[in-house]
Design a binder for this molecule. Structure first.
Ligand code: ZN
Ligand code: ZN
Length: 177
């Protein structure tokens, strides 16, 4: 969805849109939307600067970093983002070293703000950088891929606790082996 800049006022206009889950492509491994993303907010304009404020509500499925178990979580993201025209941004660049990002601003192209991109970005920002299904997730066996939270595979038996391995090395050293 695009929000036409021309129609906006300083007082602000309400806007709302519902994206189907598959419409929002996050391009992030192990994360996808599993429900609609409902966006509601207010768009205002001061000169050429556009400000969008509002909330995105959706539900995400995130895979555990260690065992890849899927988990669902509701997400409510509040945003307050200001945009300036892409052209102005380019013009400023010649004299000033500041980019829109440095000013905490985003850019819009032409005569409308791209809401799709804002929604994608805001959802990505709201995701945890590291995600475990539980604090002590044991992950998957490196050798056979078994989920070690649920089963003990036979590969485990041959493995030596690194602490014991260190001790064994120490013994060898002491014995001059
Ligand atoms: Zn896990
Ligand atoms: Zn195994």
């Amino acid at each position: 969805m695009r929000i036409e800049v021309e129609n906006l006022t300083a007082a602000g206009e309400p806007f709302g849109h519902k994206y189907a889950a598959e419409e929002v492509e996050l391009d992030e491994e192990g994360v996808r939307l599993v429900s609609d993303a409902a966006v509601e907010g207010r768009a205002s304009r001061k000169g050429e600067q556009v400000r969008l404020r509002g909330t995105i509500r959706t539900e995400v499925e995130i895979l555990c970093d260690r065992c890849a178990a899927p988990e669902r979580a509701p997400l409510a993201v509040e945003f307050d983002t200001s945009f300036i025209p892409q052209e102005v941004e380019a013009g400023k660049g010649e004299n000033v070293e500041l980019l829109p990002e440095d000013l905490g601003l985003s850019a819009y192209e032409g005569d409308a703000v791209d809401l799709d991109e804002l929604v994608r970005e805001q959802i990505l920002l709201a995701l945890p950088s590291r995600h475990l299904c539980r604090e002590d997730c044991k992950g998957l066996c490196q050798k056979c891929g078994a989920n070690l939270n649920e089963e003990h595979c036979s590969c485990e038996q041959g493995e030596v606790d690194p602490r014991w391995a260190a001790l064994a090395d120490l013994k060898k050293e002491v014995n001059g082996e």
